[in-house]
Design a protein around this ligand. Structure first.
Ligand SMILES: O=C(O)c1ccccc1N[C@@H]1O[C@H](COP(=O)(O)O)[C@@H](O)[C@H]1O
Length: 216
């Protein structure tokens, strides 16, 4: 059991319809994630992202999810979806430093976690990212996120976080309360746990997830 200084907030990720964006906003999500990765079943075109982004009020932050993106993708996505932050998977610290100085945007560095040693990568992002996202390591060849895989939350026990952080990987309505109590996360992030099939978000699952976070 870990102490928390304030209520936990939630990012609902991989949204692709107006109904699910509205459900996330109405349910109290602090962040909404839009995926820009062609291999993902949640990938958005710039036009789709622009249409969804206009529904999001300013108190809810728009986060773009990328896998080692090139500059052109980031630039177009930031413009289309009016992103407040970018979440970068499999992106080296020097590359992140470049993107940060080129685009002056808030950066979340995703760390893939399976063992305690994996956490040490977080230290390489101090000074170049605003937040670490601890996500589960997925199987070789699979998408680096959005797979519903969780990691052993006890690995975070006693770890000295170099930056503000968020917890993700396999979270859903039935385990998010325990995840928050166990880790003390102040921000949690879920994607596939809010779906009926890959890429198809459920309004009911989004609503119950956000209720579980609020009740924790
Ligand atoms: O959601 C995706 O398709 C995705 C693709 C590539 C990188 C990250 C992706 N999603 C992120 O993965 C984590 C965990 O997802 P899940 O809850 O385990 O399904 C989450 O942060 C998503 O933003």
């Amino acid at each position: 059991m870990r102490p928390r200084s304030s209520k936990t907030t939630a990012k609902t990720c991989g949204l692709s319809t107006p109904e699910t964006v509205d459900a996330a906003i109405g349910g109290g999500a602090s962040h909404i994630g839009f995926v820009f990765f062609p291999r993902s079943p949640r990938n958005l075109s710039f036009d789709q992202a622009a249409g969804l982004a206009v529904r999001v009020p300013s108190h809810v932050k728009r986060v773009g999810v990328f896998v080692d993106p090139d500059d052109a993708l980031i630039e177009q996505a930031i413009g289309a979806a009016r992103l407040d932050a970018v979440q970068l998977h499999k992106t080296a610290p020097d590359r992140i430093a470049h993107l940060r100085s080129a685009f002056h945007t808030e950066i979340w560095a995703a760390i893939a976690v399976k063992t305690r040693a994996d956490l040490d990568a977080a230290h390489h992002y101090a000074g170049v990212a605003e937040r670490i996202l601890y996500d589960a390591k997925t199987p070789e060849g699979a998408l680096p996120g959005g797979m519903g895989v969780r990691f052993d939350w006890t690995l975070l026990d006693g770890f000295r976080h170099p930056l503000p952080w968020a917890l993700s990987g396999g979270l859903h309505t039935d385990n998010v309360g325990e995840a928050i109590r166990r880790t003390g996360a102040s921000l949690v992030d879920a994607s596939s746990g809010l779906e009926t099939e890959p890429g198809v978000k459920s309004v009911d699952k989004i609503t119950s997830f956000l209720q579980a976070v609020a009740a924790s």
